[in-house]
Design a protein around this ligand. Structure first.
Ligand code: DGY
Length: 319
């Protein structure tokens, strides 16, 4: 039987599938393995199921050795995987697109509503036991109807987020490496803009691009200053797409109106400046965190492993 290493506990349905085809080693502890532990664990593996905090680089691949055929990342993002290094050794890298689209778009929408309607602030006010009374001017947020959603990266999750925002009466514009298919543009009545222009015209900017060397700090101080002072930034992709220090400064100075963040530059740490601000909503990377989605992600990763071990093409290779 081939040896499959799973670096952290994953849903039972996926483990059951893997166990039918391989000898399994599953980390007993529900925490990220340290680098030395990870390298020790993967030694001699034919396949490794990784999570987004596991770094798959040359050192990992050296540690695993020549038997390794597939690295199945349980995430759509693959910024933790050196895909070129895998390719150079003939190791197939796979990810889990599609199955987390709705959960992540739901969460992006939740952040958009939370930050524009100041819902976190309202909840904190009640929990502090503060006196309050309904008035015409009490705790006003901003409406979304007729406003522009600027999507950076109109892939599956960006598109699903835009659909939800269209249902709220928003206009959609987008920027990205390439133009979306014509039917998607038509359905969303979406305008394709250069990213600088997108930032300048949007009322809500929602980030959905992958983290790559090109998108690291895409939203820096200058980008934030090019946004409207009334605009909001929402990030459900990867923290390093935003320069967190610059964002703290911008939020403090009123350069933009607020931010909704599910991801952080140095996860799991959160910039201390963000914790002090009222105009930011902070969530602990919950985009795909539903029971159904996590099971679907793990099962898809397991199907990728099983296919490669059987000499077949995996359902969702990283291309
Ligand atoms: C992903 O799949 O990349 C998500 O960030 C996991 O929630």
């Amino acid at each position: 039987m081939p040896r499959v290493v799973v670096t952290r506990p994953i849903p039972a349905a996926a483990l059951e599938l893997l166990a039918k085809h391989a000898e399994l080693w599953v980390s007993a502890e529900d925490r990220p393995l340290g680098v030395a532990e990870l390298h020790e664990a993967v030694r001699g593996a034919d396949a490794v199921v990784t999570l987004l905090h596991d770094r798959v680089d040359d050192a990992f691949l050296n540690a695993a050795g020549a038997a390794l055929r597939v690295v199945a990342n349980v995430a759509v993002g693959v910024d933790n995987v050196d895909v070129e290094a895998c390719r150079a050794r003939g190791v197939i890298a796979t990810n889990t697109p599609g199955v987390l689209t709705d959960a992540t778009a739901d969460l992006a929408l939740a952040l958009i509503l939370m930050v524009t309607r100041r819902l976190g602030e309202g909840e904190r006010l009640l929990r502090r036991g503060e006196r309050w009374s309904w008035s015409m001017t009490f705790h006003l947020g901003r409406g979304l109807g007729g406003k522009t959603l600027g999507v950076v990266g109109l892939g599956q999750i960006g598109t699903a987020t835009a659909r939800r925002c269209r249902a709220l009466g928003m206009e959609v514009a987008y920027a990205g490496r390439r133009r979306a298919p014509a039917d998607v543009e038509r359905e969303l009545e979406a305008r394709f803009l250069p990213v600088e222009e997108l930032l300048a015209v949007s009322d809500v900017v929602s980030l959905h691009c992958p983290l790559t060397p090109e998108t690291r700090h895409l939203v820096d101080g200058a980008a934030l200053r090019s946004m409207k002072p009334s605009a909001f930034l929402v990030n459900t992709t990867r923290g390093p797409v935003v320069d967190e220090g610059a964002l703290v400064e911008a939020l403090r100075a009123g350069v933009i109106a607020g931010a909704g963040l599910d991801v952080f530059e140095h996860e799991p740490d959160v910039h201390p400046g963000l914790l002090e601000l009222e105009n930011v909503v902070l969530l602990p990377h919950l985009g795909s965190a539903t029971v159904e989605t996590r099971e679907a992600m793990a099962v898809l990763a397991a199907r990728n492993v099983v296919a490669v071990l059987a000499g077949e093409a995996p359902p969702t290779p990283v291309t």
